[in-house]
Design a binder for this molecule. Sequence first.
Ligand code: URA
Length: 241
Amino acid sequence: MPRTDEETRQRLLRATTQRVESLGRAGVTHLKKPPAAESCEAPPAPANTATHTGTSPLEILRGEVECCTLCEPLAEARTQTVFGTGNPNARLCFLGEAPGAEEDRQGEPFVGRSGQLLTKIIEACTLSRDEIFILNVLKCRPPGNRNPLPEEVTNCRKFLDRQLAAIQPEFLCCLGAVAAQTLLETTTPIGRMRGKFFDYRGIRTMCTYHPAYLLRNPAAKKECWEDMQMLMREMGLIAPK
Ligand code: URA
């Protein structure tokens, strides 16, 4: 559907506000006026960019994500991108599928009903959302919460891999089949991937059920808790069996 001028104005305003807020979080207090032709493009990233600009690799990446329009329909429909949230030096990352309606509205992953359950799971592991990092395979909401399309996954993959390279977590927990199968490039059902560790680029990676699945199938919470205890043991948070 074509946008009205007012919709375009609102969208640009949201994108700009999101960018300024994320720069503020990264400690940037002043911006240089860009040359006239400069637009929302990925900034050039020489090896010393972070030192040069005072912006971390993760914040530079956040800026690139905010400007991304590779999946045109998703970029058109989004309220904002959902980059991920938490400790940039986290030992543990949780990987979900894609933002839903509430995440698209708030710009944060896992803030809806399944997010509340994820928070409980994290806290049951004696951790907090501030200690870990939460991210998704897709950074934009797919319409009607449908599964990500293969082309969308491919477009977003470089962001995911660069996020993991920047954070360098020791552990990664994939939530649900889409996250697990996408990351590990397999079609194995989630029920057969859970309960063990994989290696993804040197990260101890495990998979468990998505919180949204657990809300629909509470009986599966027992297995999820077994997975979390396996993770806690591996992280040294509880004693070995
Ligand atoms: N489900 C996901 O996979 N990710 C979110 O951010 C929210 C719900």
